[in-house]
Design a protein around this ligand. Structure first.
Ligand SMILES: *Cc1c(COP(=O)(O)O)cnc(C)c1O
Length: 455
């Protein structure tokens, strides 16, 4: 039998030159986005004030199966891609499992996560359109960092609204973004109407992604030559992230392997959507039937406990409405939750696939996540991001199940990034200070009560 190397790097030439658009193979499409003013399906032109044109086009394009990755984007990808596919021999041995565990590691760049894959694309198209400025929100800080890198590369100004709890928990994230010349503001802030309103309602709020999105959109719409960009949830972001899955599939083919189970953590769904894209294509077209598992935090359980309805993508209710699994745009995750993945909704593409039974979802508690993170770090020598550790938790649980049943399953999971800026959370875990907040049904009901009445 062929001995599989510990790390398989594709060559530059093997890096995919096209992204894959999963919608082209979906038997049923996600419901259309709605214009918030008219509640009619949004058109591409409706999106132009917020998104640059090419990205608005990608957002709406459900037909083009493969989309060329522009040369300039490929050139910047090559600084840190192809990313390695790693066989977790040490982890397998430590667990004593007959399962084969592979992970695709996206943390080998300064942003420390997969977010750079879409940040580069979004900055490139903005620059090409002649825009000079971008705004965005960031939760844990990885997206802000990735976009700051991309904007510095393409020469665009960037303002990042960073969720206040993270801003306070991760001061060095801000310093990294400033290294790339980004202007970083804690959200909610008094620099926007949306921020001032949220602060007036609750001066002590730790903020939320939805709220930071409202501020970033307002800033973009009131600034000349400026657009808003979002690091997850959107169709265009899943498209850009498909490079993760495409590379994984090529690498696994070289090893004569095919995953039985594919696992990814899910915040807004971009890494998971990207990782699974070509495997889901096989599933949708009847070529293969892998199990696909989304892993989310028990404290922000949009797939496992949310509702599949139209909702706003932001707290300020200015974005188009999307039909997705959501906890309500007013849902505020507990400030005790350290593990990222705090977004109230989920990618409409993944929501639809989950709703139609093509995917599973599990939720995990954060002490279990950090237990898996520290275990993994010891055997694989990578300090994982807490977000990524959700996928590690589920992969370990599957591998343990294989040990009990004797099945030799092949597991592939997405290791989305590194956790060097999450040491406050790691420290809390080591000190036994971390707790597992799980919202009650009554807590969730508050978020559901604020859902727009559309259906
Ligand atoms: C942002 C992020 C996630 C979650 O976002 P998705 O859009 O759901 O992929 C996961 N892991 C890391 C390291 C991240 O930075």
């Amino acid at each position: 039998m062929k001995k599989v190397p510990h790390r398989l790097y594709l060559t530059e030439d093997q890096m995919p030159k096209q992204w894959y658009n999963l919608r082209a193979d979906m038997p049923e499409q996600p419901d259309p986005m709605l214009n918030p003013a008219t509640l009619k399906p949004a058109t591409e032109e409706d999106l132009y004030p917020v998104f640059c044109k090419e990205l608005a086009h990608q957002e709406m394009d459900a037909e083009t199966r493969y989309i060329d990755i522009p040369e300039e984007i490929q050139e910047m990808y090559k600084i840190y891609r192809p990313s390695p596919l790693i066989r977790a021999y040490n982890l397998e041995k430590a667990l004593g499992t007959p399962a084969k565990i592979y992970y695709k590691f996206e943390g080998n760049n300064t942003s420390g996560s997969h977010k750079l894959n879409s940040a580069i694309a979004q900055a490139y198209y903005a620059k090409k359109q002649g825009l000079t400025c971008l705004t965005t929100e960031t939760g844990a800080g990885q997206w802000g960092t990735a976009l700051a890198e991309a904007c510095a590369y393409f020469g665009l100004d960037l303002t990042v609204f960073m969720v206040k709890v993270s801003y306070n928990q991760k001061p060095f994230r801000k310093a990294v973004m400033q290294t790339f010349d980004a202007n970083v503001i804690a959200s909610p802030s008094d620099t926007t109407n949306a921020g001032r309103q949220i602060l007036a309602a609750d001066p002590n709020t730790g903020g939320s992604l939805g709220c930071a999105i409202s501020e970033a959109i307002e800033k973009a719409m009131t600034t000349e030559g400026c657009r808003y960009v979002l690091g997850s949830v959107l169709n265009q972001v899943l498209l850009h992230q498909s490079i993760i899955g495409l590379e994984s599939k090529i690498a696994m083919e070289m090893l004569d392997e095919y995953p039985d189970i594919i696992i990814g953590c899910a915040g807004g769904g971009s890494n998971l959507g990207g990782l699974i894209a070509p495997f889901m294509q096989d599933k949708l077209t009847g070529k293969a039937d892998p199990r696909i598992v989304a892993v989310e935090p028990a404290s922000c359980p949009s797939l496992t406990r949310g509702k599949y309805v139209y909702d706003f993508c932001d707290t300020g209710k200015v974005t188009p409405l999307a039909r997705m699994y959501t906890l309500g745009s007013g849902f505020m995750p507990s400030p005790n939750h350290a593990g990222g993945l705090r977004y109230h909704g989920m990618s409409p593409i993944l929501s639809k696939l989950y709703h139609d039974g093509y995917m599973e979802a599990v939720s995990v508690e954060q002490t279990k996540v950090f237990e898996a993170a520290t275990y993994f770090a010891k055997y694989e020598t990578i300090l994982p991001a807490p977000e990524s550790a959700h996928a590690i938790r589920a992969a370990i649980d599957e591998a343990i199940r294989c040990k009990e049943t004797g099945e030799t399953k092949t597991i592939l999971f997405g290791l989305t990034g590194t956790g060097y800026f999450d040491m406050t959370a790691y420290q809390a875990y080591h000190d036994g200070q971390m707790n597992d907040y799980i919202p009650s049904d009554a807590d969730l009901q508050k978020g559901f009560d604020g859902l727009p009445k559309v259906d």
